[in-house]
Design a protein around this ligand. Sequence first.
Ligand code: TRP
Ligand code: SF4
Length: 404
Amino acid sequence: MVTTANNQRVLSGMRPTGRIHLGQYHGVLKNWIELQHEYECFFFVADWHALTTHYDDTSSIHESVWEMVIDWLAAGVNPGSAKMFIQSRVPQHAELHLLLSMMTPLGWLERVPSFKDQQEKLKEKDLSTYGFLGYPLLQSADILIYKAGLVPVGEDQVAHIEMTREVARRFNHLFGREKNFKDKAEAAIKKLGKKNAKIYNESRRLYQEQGNQDALDKGRALLESAQNLTKGDLDRLYGYIEGSGRIILPEPESLLTAASKMPGLDGQKMSKSYHNTISLREDPKEVEKKLRKMPTDPNRVRLTDPGDPEKCPVWEWHHVYSDESVKQSVIEGCKSASIGCIECKQHIINAVIEEIKPIQERAKEFEQDSALVKSIITEGCEAARDAAEETMLEVRNIMGLSYR
Ligand code: TRP
Ligand code: SF4
């Protein structure tokens, strides 16, 4: 696997779908909030991605973007730890997408499972478009432009990360084979100093002759702490150690986010398109109303009918919100018909209201200070553009497109 010193960088994006609901909060946002303390994180609003399926009506994008950003902030994504930005304000993503499109075989895009799936699912839309076919490649550009090492995504996106790795490999193969690569790599090894050069050469030999992964890790660790090498030399040595050319775009890995255990209010996956959500900024009265209406075990018609939590969508919510003792009492009470469903749901109603209360308080502050929200995003966009431009300078250069 080809990763480099930058592999501690995390990148992830979310389409602007407006206010965040509990499914997204538990499935994605909480994970982001944890990651921001451990890694350098870039999180962005994928507004161009929204166009790939909703190009015919762009009227709600603007509002959706800001609503979503307010929820990120309110939920605890911290601008001091993570850079937050909007994709279309970093036009370098489009430039890299275009360049990569030149060398990406059509078959790779047609084979991505989401291509056919989504076309089937969204039958009412005409998705035989250029933009829709290319959307996984746009995602590849999003990732590669930051040289991100880790990409937190759900199961449905793993194929896109796989394709991103192939795209990176192809790019590196095409453009990492500079003239005199071997001489340049050997010269770079000398710059490591005698002792480190020896370790590097030994690691390289062990990896290439025996596939020794530890040796590869050791060699890479050495490069990570190497002080006096240029970026170009480092890219060469990362490639040389494993027998490839210079690595310009490192391959990312997906960081699989465990599927949220929480279904929607009807037992299906919680999703805006199913109208079964509770949003983070839902009025507590509405939370109560929605949860009370939730279907339960269909065999429990009357209070005196015993039920089975395993057949009840409410039970899934207990997995998210209730501790062991509450869960135990629900199992017993339900099976013996000694508690009613309203009583059972009350635990969840209380827990959800409790959970969203501090988020709603913070959201209010951001709602009232849109200048603050905008300046956080402006700063994030600037940082993202700097990082993206750094990669593009290299990419243009190595492709022979620098005219200065
Ligand atoms: N395609 C992702 C989705 O629909 C969003 C996304 C766009 C993304 N670019 C990304 C996620 C880059 C991770 C990395 O959910
Ligand atoms: Fe579902 Fe709880 Fe009613 Fe049992 S008591 S059917 S778990 S809501």
